[in-house]
Design a protein around this ligand. Structure first.
Ligand code: UDP
Length: 323
């Protein structure tokens, strides 16, 4: 298939691009490089430097191509930042997303696999979380993703779009070539590995008084290669609607640190800090729908194996894509 991948220079997008190319698809990456890296774009892909908020550059990505599908990763994705600067989330994620789907409509492309998030649910009523939970986002990031889901549902009804919403839990891990390089880095596993690399003294643990067995937050960590596979399966299928993507196993912050100690052999000191605003205590996926309808089977569910892949990438790229 001929696929347009927005945000293909970012963490999850870069790995999806690599997997698509390995699978024999043609790929155009569209990215403004505001948070992604040119070096993260697989050299086998065509690259268009452009911004979703600039319709002229978007037109350049569509001109002369007949795409079978779009994978839409490009977005701002930090909960904390979205509470400080909601306007950039609504502009980039919602307005930019609308520009993209209008360009799709103009060019007759109707299949879109959209990177959504478990943050669209807000504080869940029950865990593990299936797709029928009410969506009540607790921050502008989750709201911006839900807004684009809603717009896409209308495009499904009115314009024959075939949207799939992949609601990720905690993306992590790496391939040999592509890994996680954010500035500033806010995610748990890279922050832990920074300590193991000697680039920081201790990992801040945000809150140890949650109602969980060890008092720290529980998350469902899913390897980006498994996420990439889910995108390819979703693109190929005729299914529409939402799929939660996680392993269904919850690990606390302390359990992740313990696993990283085992993988790296480093003592990884910690420092307890205040809770991070907006962090729900427990987010774990029920991903039966993705298994049953898409035939998705995560291959890299073991937390230590996930951390080992991330560790290998960070050791090979101690300054991220800068070196
Ligand atoms: N966390 C932490 N220290 C860090 C980074 C994250 O204790 O340096 C915690 C965070 O509060 C949350 C969990 O680790 O409970 C996962 O956070 P991350 O930012 O990786 O992903 P999120 O769940 O926010 O998408």
């Amino acid at each position: 298939m001929n696929v347009l991948v927005t945000g293909g220079a970012g963490y999850i997008g870069s790995v999806a691009v690599e997997a698509l190319l390995n699978d024999g698809h043609s790929v155009t990456v569209f990215d403004n490089l505001s948070r992604g890296h040119r070096a993260a774009v697989d050299p086998r892909a065509r690259f268009v430097h452009g911004d979703l908020c600039d319709v002229v550059s978007l037109e350049n990505a569509f001109a002369g191509e007949r795409y079978d599908a779009v994978m839409h990763f490009a977005a701002f994705a930090l909960v904390g930042e979205s509470m400080q600067r909601p306007e950039i989330y609504f502009r980039n994620n919602v307005e930019g997303g609308l520009n993209l789907i209008e360009a799709m409509r103009a060019h007759g492309v109707r299949r879109i696999v959209f990177s959504s998030t478990c943050a669209t649910y807000g504080l869940p009523e029950r865990v593990p979380m299936d797709e029928n939970l009410p969506q009540r986002p607790a921050n502008p990031y989750g709201e911006s993703k839900l807004m684009l889901e809603t717009i896409l549902r209308w495009y499904e009804r009115l314009h024959g779009f075939q949207p799939v919403f992949l609601r990720y839990f905690n993306a992590c891990g790496a391939t040999a070539r592509y890994g996680e390089d954010h500035d500033p880095e806010t995610h748990l596993i890279p922050n832990i590995l920074r300590v193991a690399l000697g680039q920081a003294d201790a990992v801040p643990v945000f809150g140890n008084d949650y109602e969980t067995p060890d008092g720290t937050c529980i998350r469902d960590y899913i390897h980006i290669l498994d996420l990439a596979q889910a995108h390819i399966l979703a693109m190929r299928s005729t299914a529409t609607g939402a799929f939660n993507l996680g392993n269904g196993n919850g690990f606390s912050v302390m359990e992740v640190i313990e696993a990283a100690r085992a993988v790296t052999g480093h003592p990884i000191p910690i420092r307890f800090e205040a809770r991070r605003p907006g962090d729900p205590p427990r987010l774990v996926a029920a991903a039966a729908r993705a298994r049953e309808i898409l035939g998705w089977k995560p291959q890299k569910a073991d937390l230590r194996a996930i951390i080992a892949d991330a560790w290998n990438w960070h050791r090979a790229h101690p300054r991220g894509y800068a070196g």
